[in-house]
Design a protein around this ligand. Structure first.
Ligand code: NAD
Length: 486
């Protein structure tokens, strides 16, 4: 490994790197080679306690700073992230296996966008004035929640650390972030950069560990909120644990999102959307449109053009800028997805493209397309979280919408059509938090992102995120004598 991937220490607490080798070792594996490139240690109870105490100790003073001051620090951190984009992108590629051609434009840059956006917003997070009868009035204060715990998935380790940290800090909270044990490296850089940008010690801390460390953080009495990005089963456990203390939550969970392509759609755009929504990051994206419903008249043309475009896949060394398709994050994830492909074949779906594990080093799987998928097949019901697209055929708009919504998930949904009114009808009818017309999978910081139904609670990004990192206090001001009954 030509890159220096071993972090200074496993954890980042109160403004500095901290090590405790008594914690269980976690090996970091480079998905392209299968070789160990770094080792960190899970947080012991003493480390978790130290991080929570640091966040707790720092919170009041951080909240007492003006929004302008907090925002300046976040925006400075955004600038540093952009200056170091190349090195951060290399680290992201080492951690996840995603190609550098992607990480250079989608990870530290997206994290920097969040820091800049919420940094800019910090000074505008204010209450309101509500006039009442007789000159009385209420004013509201939008106050921070306190110490927030962030828990990340492995697919976007830098982005997730920033999407949670930036709004939390902008609102005057402090954070203890636990990255996924599969990709523990990038969040440490976020903590380092925030500190360099002027965040006081304890404002943003990182501790490593498996699920048990995450679980231990959530129920600590010092914690006011937990924001998780992960699978639905983990979300159910974390939400239940948070409920015990009536803690606030944001849950960014899994999906089985539909992409509906009508026969009047721009074919090239629809195919591009399906590629973005199934194969970007080797299919390891929560909002992927993995159920591609294509209207009957367009199915053959769609599959032909899709297959042609898949000839341009360049699978290989993530550090080669020509590579546009990397390995999966881990051998385990590759094996899970392979099992889904086998199930699809056994169920009688028509394999149109891929379906194999290439004979090479690393956790690669070919981009895979199934056609003639029916709604009851596991291919169409289960979140696969890998490069597997299912194409389903439909006839009418009513049928497409009904089948698109026939899932317990509700993260994303897209419609491809040139019919303006149909596009908006579909968008209104989708039971999903994040919808697209004539594209799929974009997540700019300005737009709310999140799921309905089993895909989540709350929203990240946009002004909406502020609602989930603050609480409103109403203050009644009497301007008249108090009238009592006796
Ligand atoms: P996961 O649920 O296995 O783990 C997510 C995180 O939760 C990890 O850090 C893990 O250590 C932690 N965790 C596990 N059990 C826990 C417990 N009992 N208490 C506290 N923390 C616990 O998910 P993953 O495999 O890392 O990521 C893939 C999943 O994440 C997919 O389902 C995907 O759809 C989802 N995801 C959602 C979004 C979104 O924004 N909606 C984004 C990315 C990934």
């Amino acid at each position: 490994m030509p890159y220096d991937t071993q972090p200074t220490a496993s954890h980042f607490i109160a403004g500095e790197y901290v090590e405790d080798t008594a914690g269980d070792p976690i090996d970091v594996v480079y998905p392209y080679t299968g070789k160990v490139i770094a080792r960190v240690h899970a947080a012991t109870p003493a480390i978790a306690d130290r991080a929570l105490q640091a966040a707790s100790d720092a919170q009041a003073a951080w909240a007492a700073m003006t929004g302008t001051e907090r925002g300046r620090i976040l925006r400075r951190a955004a600038d540093i992230m952009r200056e170091r984009n190349h090195d951060l992108s290399v680290l992201e590629s080492c951690d996840t296996g995603k190609p550098l051609s992607e990480t250079t434009v989608a990870d530290a840059t997206s994290g920097a966008d969040a820091l800049e956006y919420f940094g800019g917003m910090a000074a505008t997070i204010t209450g309101e004035h509500i006039p009442l009868a007789g000159g009385d009035f209420v004013y509201t204060r939008r106050e921070p929640l306190g110490v927030c715990v962030g828990i990340g998935a492995w697919n976007y380790p830098t982005q997730i650390a920033c999407w949670k940290g930036a709004p939390a800090l902008a609102c005057g909270n402090t954070m203890v972030f636990k990255p996924s044990e599969t990709t523990p490296l990038c969040a440490l850089k976020v903590a380092e950069i925030l500190t360099e940008a002027g965040a006081p010690p304890g404002v943003y801390n990182v501790v490593q560990g498996m699920g048990a460390v995450g679980a231990s953080l959530i129920t600590d009495p010092r914690v006011a909120k937990v924001s998780l990005t992960g699978s639905v089963p983990t979300g159910q456990k974390v939400y239940a644990a948070a409920a015990e203390g009536l803690r606030n939550v944001t849950m960014e969970l899994g999906g089985k999102s539909p992409q509906v392509v009508f026969d009047d759609a721009d074919l090239e755009d629809a195919v591009s959307g399906a590629i973005l929504g199934n194969f970007y990051s080797t299919g390891q994206v929560c909002s992927n449109g993995t159920r591609v419903f294509v209207q009957r008249g367009l199915v053959d043309a769609f599959l032909t053009r899709l297959t042609e475009r898949l000839a341009d896949v360049v699978m290989g060394d993530p550090m080669d800028m020509a590579t546009n398709f990397g390995p999966m994050v881990s051998a385990r994830q590759r094996d899970l997805v392979e099992a889904c492909i086998a199930k699809g074949k056994a169920a009688g779906a028509r394999l149109v493209h891929g379906g194999n594990r290439p004979d090479r080093e690393g956790f690669f799987l070919e981009p895979t397309v199934f056609a003639d998928v029916t709604d009851d097949m596991a291919l169409a019901t289960d979140e696969i979280f890998g490069p597997v697209m299912s194409v389903l055929t439909f006839d009418t708009e009513e049928e497409a919408l009904r089948r698109a919504n026939a899932t317990p998930y509700g993260l994303a949904a897209s419609v491809f059509t040139k019919d303006l009114t149909r596009a908006h009808r579909m968008a209104a009818g989708f039971e999903a938090g994040t919808c697209y017309i004539n594209t799929h999978n974009l997540a700019p910081v300005e737009a709310p992102f999140g799921g309905s139904k089993m895909s989540g609670v709350g929203r990240e990004n946009s002004k909406a995120a502020i609602e989930f990192y603050t609480q409103i206090k109403g203050i009644y001001v009497a301007m008249n004598p108090v009238e009592a009954p006796f």
